[in-house]
Write a new protein. Structure first.
Length: 447
């Protein structure tokens, strides 16, 4: 789709009885990447694309009346994560908080929410040839079945939400979530992570928030669902928009959550320059964090040779590949590398001096944490996706199809861009042209 297209292609839509939504996406052909090169190298074996589904149509089919004007935005953003749904080619995905961008006003960037009524949703998809089809969608709701929305939670801690043109402030919403990772438990419920708190959410099979677990001391008031302060207070120092992003379900039932970027300890400058972030192990039985681990990024120019800004490093996906083994995605917006780590009891820093925000120097300030006695997780590189032809930018979700095949999904940001040119004079989206895709990558060796 051209970034400057005046009109949008519409798709046939049907609402299936008994389902909140069953939308069949339009076919957008991207073709299947050829297996060029030597067979010992990782290669793309297939690519499928989500067609254009008007965001208002999508949202109002789930919760009628939530979106009055979608401003020409199509469904996107479902690439926040991807998790196998059981049947071949089927996956659970989740949107983030919805269309959002940044516009600078008087020298200060303002966070815009062009479709403030948008409600984050769990979306079940099927990869069929070169098409991504939406099979089912589940709105994330409060205890009373209302939209949680994706709006910022707390003044001073979160960015002030603004209208699409960055001129009018919107109200904060303590129910709002910026959902990222998703897994589905054996009982049919979902676990999600959120960047605002950061928080871990337990959600019913039909999307109702059962419990939101947040850091101790967050003091989130006014939410229309249970909020439990069960996470380490050090997480209060998460960088804005860089809370939890990766989530894995271990075979024994425990969860592992990843802090997207290093904490701002003792301040933002330290966090921007740091190569050390954190993983947490959460017991769903105890409803408590049982371990915390230090994870060390590779230098930014190793992950992405075109980048020299360390703060661009992020963890976007973690996948269980064994009882205590994870596949971890280190990325920038243009490149990504997948590493494996093993979670050991000897690497647990929960409750140690490195888990306290009064420690000086902080974990984030250490140039060589291991030399200071920090048990940093040991890594093994599985694949450098930046060297694999056909892999899109901004891959945020990784799923294991089998021991040698990965499914990757990108976040297309709902076609949004930053700046005043994101919308035309009529307030309609000037689409970036970036589509949501699922890409299969075949590895030369098993994980």
């Amino acid at each position: 789709m051209s970034p400057h297209a005046v009109s949008r292609r519409r798709v046939r839509r049907s609402v299936a009885a008994g389902l909140p939504l069953a939308v069949v996406a339009a076919l957008v052909v991207t073709g299947t990447a050829s297996a060029e090169g030597h067979h010992s190298q990782a290669r793309v074996t297939a690519t499928a694309t989500l067609g254009d589904i008007p965001l208002g149509t999508f949202s109002n089919a789930l919760l009628p009346g939530t979106v009055a004007d979608d401003r020409g935005v199509d469904l996107g953003g479902i690439g926040s994560d991807i998790y196998p749904a059981g049947r071949k080619g089927e996956f659970w995905t989740v949107t983030d908080r919805g269309p959002n961008g940044q516009i600078k006003v008087d020298g200060t960037k303002r966070r815009t929410f062009p479709v403030p009524g948008f409600d984050p949703a769990i979306v079940k998809i099927r990869v069929s040839g070169d098409t991504v089809k939406v099979l089912d969608s589940i709105p994330i709701t409060t205890s009373r079945g209302k939209a949680v929305t994706g709006l910022s939670n707390q003044a001073e801690r979160d960015e002030t939400p603004y209208t699409y043109d960055a001129q009018t402030p919107l109200s904060y919403n303590p129910n709002g979530v910026d959902t990222e990772g998703i897994v589905r438990a054996a009982d049919g419920t979902f676990w999600l992570v959120d960047e605002y708190g950061p928080s871990l959410l337990h959600v019913s099979a039909r999307g109702k928030v059962l419990t939101r677990y947040v850091p101790k001391g967050l003091n989130l008031k006014g939410a229309d669902y249970p909020v439990v302060e069960a996470l380490p207070s050090v997480l209060l120092h998460r960088k804005i928009n860089r809370g939890f992003e990766g989530l894995a379900l271990l075979p024994g039932g425990d969860l592992v959550v990843a802090v997207q970027s290093p904490l701002s300890l003792p301040d933002g400058d330290a966090g921007e320059a740091s190569l050390t972030t954190r993983l947490l192990r959460f017991s769903t039985k105890k409803q408590a964090v049982t371990a915390e681990y230090a994870y060390r990024f590779d230098p930014v120019n190793v992950v992405d040779p075109s980048e020299d800004d360390t703060s661009e490093l992020k963890i976007s996906s973690v996948v269980a590949v064994g009882r205590d083994k994870l596949l971890v995605e280190e990325r920038t917006d243009k490149a990504a590398r997948l590493q494996t780590v093993k979670l050991t009891s000897s690497a647990n820093i929960l409750g140690s001096r490195w888990d306290k925000d009064t420690t000086s120097p902080s974990l984030e300030q250490l140039d060589d944490p291991a030399a200071s006695g920090v048990p940093v997780l040991r890594k093994r590189l599985v694949v450098d996706l930046g060297t694999v032809d056909g892999v899109p930018g901004k891959v945020e979700g990784v799923a294991l199809v089998n021991d040698r095949t990965l499914a990757l999904i990108n976040d297309n940001d709902f076609g949004m861009t930053d700046g005043t040119g994101a919308f035309d004079a009529q307030g309609r989206l000037v689409d970036s042209g970036i589509e949501t895709t699922v890409t299969y990558v075949r590895l030369p060796h098993g994980i």
